[in-house]
Design a protein around this ligand. Structure first.
Ligand SMILES: NC(=O)c1ccc[n+]([C@@H]2O[C@H](COP(=O)([O-])OP(=O)(O)OC[C@H]3O[C@@H](n4cnc5c(N)ncnc54)[C@H](O)[C@@H]3O)[C@@H](O)[C@H]2O)c1
Length: 300
C-alpha cells in the first residue's frame, strides 16, 4: 500500500482522500483553512455511510497540520487547492523541498496545463496531472497527463495506482489546456450557448434535446464509436453541411459575458441561463447524485 498525501481538503480533495483510503492506503491530508481540515473526516464518513462503503476507511485518513509533515513520508502527492496557477506553482516548489526522491507529484487542475504548474521544479520527471471528476468517489474517470518531462514509469505507476483504487485512468499524451474531457465538454457548451444566443431555441430546450437524445446514449456510446456505427462516410457528409454553420468563435460568448456582468451567476444567484428556486436546485443536485450512484452500482 502506498502512502498518499492530499493537499486541499475541499470538494475534490476530501473525495480523492476518501477513494484512496477506501482502497486501503494511508492518507495524510492538509488544508490551509483549519475549519476545512477539522471537518474532513466527518465529510468523508458521511459519504461512506451514504454510499454503503466501509466506514472504517475513514480511520486511514490523517488530517495533518503543515505541508511538510503531510508530504514528507508520502509515496504520492496529489494537489487539489484552488484553480490558481501561481498558488499551485508556489505549493509544488515548497512540496518538492520536503518529499522523498521518488515521490510522484500530481496536480488535479481542471484546465491549467501541467507544464505551467510544474515548470519551476528541480525534478520534473516525476510531476504530472491527474484530473478527477466531481464527485471523485462516484465518477470513474481520471485523466493522467504527462508533460514533455514526465517519465514513463511515473505515468505507469500513477495509472496502476488509480486502477487499483477502482478508478478508470486514461493517459493524455499531450499537455493541452482542458486535457481531453473539458475540451470535449466545453466544445459542446460553446455550441449550446450559441444556439440560445442566436435565438434558435431557449436554454431549457438545449438541455432537453441533449438529455432526451444523444445524451441517453453517451454513457455507452462515445462519439467516435457512434461515427463508426453510422459510418465515417455519413459522418463526413454531415460535417460538410453542419461544421461551417456551428459556432467557431475562439473566445467566450458575449451572451455568457453579459450574464456574468448582470450577476446572473446560476444557482448561486438564483438565475443564470434559467431561473432556479432553492427547491429546483436541490432537486437537480439530488437527481444527478442518484443517477451517478445507480451508474456506480451497475458498474460493480
Ligand atoms: N469542483 C470540480 O468539479 C472540480 C473537478 C475537477 C478538478 N477540479 C480542480 O480541483 C481543484 C480543487 O477544486 P475544489 O472544487 O475542490 O475547490 P474547493 O474550493 O472546494 O477546495 C479547495 C481547497 O483548497 C484549500 N486551499 C487553498 N489554498 C491552500 C493552500 N495554500 N494550501 C492548502 N490548501 C489550500 C482551500 O481552503 C479549500 O479547502 C481545482 O484546481 C479545481 O479546478 C475541480
Amino acid at each position: 500500500m502506498a502512502r498518499i498525501a492530499v493537499i486541499g481538503a475541499g470538494l475534490m480533495g476530501h473525495g480523492i482522500a476518501q477513494v484512496f483510503a477506501l482502497a486501503g492506503h494511508d492518507v495524510t491530508i492538509y488544508d490551509s483553512d483549519a475549519a476545512n481540515l477539522d471537518s474532513v473526516k466527518a465529510r468523508i464518513l458521511a459519504n461512506l455511510r451514504d454510499l454503503g462503503d466501509d466506514q472504517a476507511a475513514v480511520e486511514r485518513v490523517r488530517p495533518t497540520a503543515g505541508l511538510a509533515a503531510t508530504v514528507c513520508d508520502a509515496d504520492y502527492v496529489v494537489e487539489a487547492v484552488l484553480e490558481d496557477l501561481s498558488l499551485k506553482r508556489k505549493l509544488f516548489i515548497e512540496i518538492e523541498q520536503h518529499v522523498r526522491p521518488h515521490t510522484i507529484l500530481a496536480s488535479n487542475t481542471s484546465v491549467i496545463p501541467i507544464t505551467k504548474i510544474m515548470e519551476p521544479l528541480r525534478d520534473r520527471t516525476r510531476a504530472l496531472g491527474t484530473h478527477w471528476w466531481n464527485p471523485p468517489y462516484l465518477v470513474p474517470l481520471v485523466e493522467v497527463i504527462g508533460t514533455q518531462w514526465t517519465s514513463l514509469p511515473a505515468i505507469e505507476d500513477t495509472i496502476a495506482l488509480h486502477k487499483a483504487a477502482g478508478k478508470m485512468p486514461v493517459h493524455v499524451k499531450k499537455d493541452v489546456p482542458g486535457f481531453v474531457g473539458n475540451r470535449l465538454q466545453h466544445a459542446l457548451w460553446r455550441e449550446a450557448i450559441a444556439l440560445v444566443e442566436d435565438g434558435i431555441c431557449d436554454a431549457e430546450t438545449v438541455d432537453t434535446v441533449i438529455k432526451a437524445s444523444f445524451g441517453r446514449r453517451l454513457a455507452v456510446l462515445g462519439p467516435l464509436e457512434n461515427a463508426d456505427l453510422v459510418g465515417t462516410d455519413l459522418t463526413l457528409a454531415i460535417h460538410r453541411t453542419v461544421l461551417p454553420a456551428i459556432e467557431q468563435r475562439p473566445g467566450p460568448s458575449p451572451y455568457l459575458e453579459a450574464l456574468v456582468a448582470e450577476r446572473k451567476l446560476g444557482f448561486k444567484s438564483g438565475e443564470g441561463f434559467r431561473k432556479w428556486t432553492a427547491e429546483q436546485q436541490a432537486a437537480l443536485r439530488a437527481k444527478v447524485t442518484q443517477h451517478l450512484k445507480r451508474a456506480r452500482a451497475s458498474d460493480a
